[in-house]
Write a protein that binds this ligand. Sequence first.
Ligand code: FMN
Length: 193
Amino acid sequence: MTKQVRIVAISGSSRVGSTNTQLLRSIAKMAPKNVDIEILSGLEKLPFYSEDLESHNLPTEIVALREKVSAADAVLIATPEYNYSYTGLVKNTIDWLSRPYAKGVLAGKPVAITGASLGAFGTVRAQAHLRQVLHGTNSKVVNRPEVYVGSAHEKFGEDDNFLDASGRAMLLELLDNLIDLAADVNGSEMLAS
Ligand SMILES: Cc1cc2nc3c(=O)[nH]c(=O)nc-3n(C[C@H](O)[C@H](O)[C@H](O)COP(=O)(O)O)c2cc1C
């Protein structure tokens, strides 16, 4: 029997009208029926990572975030490019998920990354930095395809539909590869039918 696949998605932008959140909604719409993609909300309200909070007063929202990511089969991140890198919102979220040391919920977790930006390079530099950081968290990162959504303001139609057919195919391939990787890590019964 095919298991329901649970993916949590992190948008690197909390902006109303964010093209990265829109990209995640668009991928969620394309997903097979047995794949649930939940876009995490409220990440911009998390405190900055602090070892003092970690050891003495761990906020309840961090406990809930860690539990949610721990329970998920995989993680999908879409980030804008800010000053040639990924955003502080993504970094802070990853820092919280990477601790406690050696017990962070991102260790061994299947992760796929993508991103949208207004510029022509479409988050190439942001995703390269993010890949390096996910090496640090010992996550299992999907290598291909690399999907860079440039000129993001022109890419979406009504109802978050991704307009470009070849881009849509690449996003679907990225999602398929994430599901395959999650099946390798978590057990083959979850493979999409
Ligand atoms: C602080 C800041 C830095 C930015 N730096 C870059 C950049 O280095 N490269 C780029 O392509 N776009 C850059 N942009 C433009 C973003 O790609 C654009 O604002 C994008 O739409 C943000 O994603 P969102 O729509 O999900 O909020 C920058 C925007 C901001 C606010």
